[in-house]
Design a protein around this ligand. Structure first.
Ligand code: PRX
Length: 651
């Protein structure tokens, strides 16, 4: 593990504060005490069939399952033989209740407009778009890529796919054409849904332009639906591109939800791993539906009176599980915001909280740290008295940021749920329950129902209190990934082949004397930049594709706001000279290859990269170097010769 992880353990070991849930919160919560949590947790482990059946029965099944779990390591089937439809559960189920007129989505565009879709409206739009999909030849099992900004139509597109049993693959709108094409091709997508552009910090993100470039290299994609959002002129290719509004005009609003098997593939979501190629994580229907439904119900304790806002983008798993599926399955009112947190000023999030009287707020530590930097006045000038529960996700939250969130945002009234999970886990795995669990700043606390985590060494031996090790999960859980699309071997090796009979998370963690989990960060070559996963290998392959770059090594360095920043060490081909212009060009090149979020913060030139005799790049050394010294003059070459003696000791 890197030096920064070691430092984290040291500093977190000092953290002794404990915050118990306010009595008034516990009194009305679904899980009111630790006794209740422990009782249910025990049931979920000792009698998982009864625990999961009881919760699954709260949802609609066209045919009930025969068996709760079929486990043939490493493949799980949940609610075997059951038939359902997740879109039906998110929408139709509510239409026979008073919720039909309840707001499902309250959307705010970055320029300031606002739209509300009641459950009835969302259902109608989804049915119509489902018919559009059918009219374009999309059938059950077909893959559909979605490359959009945070607009209600993104939710409509996702749910319409689920409604007809098509598999959605949402690609975050910040990705490059290259990255979008890779994902289209890997998924064998038949259709791409995009929009002319999206608003971000007052500027237009040219989504269609990027989509067009991607489509040049996406032979499987036959058609493209384009939503008009910004209204700027975009080229439309006859026979391939269709306007969303034109297709919707004639579409019927009657569309029965397709009855699908519990294990029917619901979606693919690409995420970075330890190789240069992103992997398409597979989620299926029944288990994922139950997992996101139950976690939303207990972790956010969502009520009909709540106004719930998760600030994530639907391009990432958090948006899938906790903007779309979990909250809508619970019949919640969801706030959705299109743009940047600091547009037109750093008060935007808090202005939205005040405007819509948001009561549950779920965000990322990187955003919290940015707000701390921008100054308390942007927060305190708004009325935040509607808030009753706060959450974080995506990366470890440092105790200072936790305390700021607790005092400045939560006014010491709101429990904070620090939720640990992953794209692969589909739903929250380690988390406080807000009415029950005493929280410690920086700890994700205890396992959710049915989750059996452990801290182990490479052989799978459990480690003792406060010993740092690998975080693994010992048993299958309903929302777990079912595989990597087109690459079963990678699934078996990466997740189940590292520690015997355990799911390997890739995270390091420790468990304290109270059984609380403290996540320390990734132990593999995956960076966590602003809560987003990036593979060092993926960035390195982008770097070496630049004509000037001979060799590249990417490491993370601790960053006050982003958690980790990307540092690229590169050697140049003979005819090139280091310069700050070239460093900039290389940074932009990576942006074009992958996306803005992957752009290196620093590019540092070196004569040669430090390597062991067997030719392995000495990453630890580079990490220390990247962390130890602020980026200097881009024109000077890093001199690794002084490190030569270290080479001997590392071997
Ligand atoms: O390292 C952990 C970190 O984010 C990784 C998963 O990233 P991704 O699949 O992109 O999903 C992010 C949103 C679910 C994990 O392996 N991580 C996520 N949540 C936490 C966290 N680290 C510490 N504390 C958390 N609450």
């Amino acid at each position: 593990m890197s030096g920064s992880v070691g430092d984290r353990i040291a500093s977190l070991l000092q953290e002794k504060r404990v915050f118990t849930p306010p009595a008034s919160f516990s009194a009305q919560a679904r899980i009111k005490s630790m006794d209740e949590y422990r009782r249910l947790y025990r049931e979920s482990i000792e009698d998982p069939d009864s625990f999961w059946s009881r919760h699954a029965e709260e949802l609609h099944w066209f045919k009930k399952w025969d068996k709760v779990l079929e486990w043939e390591e490493p493949y799980a089937k949940w609610f075997v033989g059951g038939e359902t439809n997740i879109c039906y559960n998110c929408l139709d189920r509510h239409l026979s209740t008073w919720r039909r007129n309840k707001a499902a989505i309250i959307w705010e565009g970055e320029p300031g407009e606002s739209r509300t879709l009641r459950y009835l409206d969302l259902h109608r739009e989804v049915c119509r778009f489902a018919n559009v999909l059918k009219s374009l030849g999309i059938q059950k099992g077909d893959r559909v890529s979605i490359f959009m900004g945070m607009v209600p139509e993104l939710v409509v597109a996702v749910l319409a796919c689920a409604r007809i049993g098509a598999v959605h693959s949402v690609v975050f709108g910040g990705f490059s054409a290259e990255a979008l094409a890779d994902r289209n091709n890997d998924a064998g997508a038949k259709l791409l849904i995009t929009q002319d552009g999206g608003w971000r910090r007052g500027k237009i993100i040219p989504l269609k332009e990027t989509a067009d470039a991607a489509l040049e290299k996406s032979p499987t994609v036959e058609k493209c639906v384009v939503l008009r959002r910004t209204g700027h002129e975009v080229p439309m290719r006859e026979g391939r591109d269709f306007w969303w509004h034109e297709l919707m005009e004639g579409a019927s609003d009657k569309c029965e939800a397709e009855v699908v098997d519990s294990e029917h593939m619901l979606y693919l979501l690409y995420t970075s791993g330890t190789t240069g190629k992103p992997k398409g994580v597979i989620h299926t229907t029944g288990g994922y539906m139950v997992g996101t439904y139950v976690t939303t119900k207990y972790v956010f304790d969502v009520r009909d009176e709540d106004t719930y806002w998760c600030t994530a983008d639907i391009g990432w798993v958090t948006g899938h599980s906790y903007i779309v599926y979990g909250p809508l399955a619970n019949g919640a009112t969801v706030v959705m915001y299109e743009g940047a947190p600091n547009w037109p000023d750093p008060g935007r999030f808090w202005q939205i909280v005040e405007k819509y009287r948001v009561s549950i707020f779920y965000t990322a530590p990187t955003a919290i740290r940015a707000f701390i930097k921008w100054g308390d006045e942007w927060v305190t000038k708004y009325d935040l008295s509607s808030l009753r529960l706060l959450g974080t996700v995506g990366e470890p939250i440092n105790p200072e940021a936790w305390m700021w969130y607790h005092t400045v945002v939560g006014k010491e009234r709101c429990p904070i749920v620090d939720t640990w999970w992953q794209t692969e886990t589909g739903a929250i795995m380690i988390t406080p329950l807000p009415g029950a669990t005493p929280t410690k700043p920086g700890s994700a606390t205890l396992p959710f129902f049915g989750v059996v985590p452990d801290i182990v060494d490479r052989e799978g031996n459990s480690l003792g209190p406060n010993e740092g090790g690998y975080l693994v999960i010992r048993r299958p859980w309903p929302s777990m990934l079912r595989g990597i699309y087109g690459d079963p071997e990678r699934y078996e090796k990466q997740y189940w082949g590292q520690v015997p009979h355990c799911y390997f998370t890739g995270d390091g963690a420790r468990r304290d004397e109270d059984g609380y989990y403290w996540i320390m960060g990734r132990v593999d070559d995956v960076l966590n930049v602003s809560g987003h996963r990036l593979s060092t290998m993926e960035i390195e392959s982008a770097l070496v594709a630049h004509p000037a770059v001979a060799e590249a090594a990417v490491v993370g360095r601790p960053d006050e706001i982003k958690g980790e920043a990307v540092v690229a060490f590169v050697t140049l081909k003979g005819e090139y000279q280091p310069s700050s212009e070239l460093a900039d060009e290389i940074r932009k090149f990576v942006r074009q290859q992958i996306g803005a979020h992957a752009q290196p913060d620093d590019v540092r030139f070196a004569e040669a990269l430090p390597k062991t005799r067997s030719g392995k790049i000495m990453r630890r050394l580079l990490r220390d170097l990247a962390a130890g010294r602020p980026p200097g003059d881009m024109t000077t070459l890093e001199d690794f010769s002084v490190l030569e003696r270290l080479r001997q000791s590392e071997e």
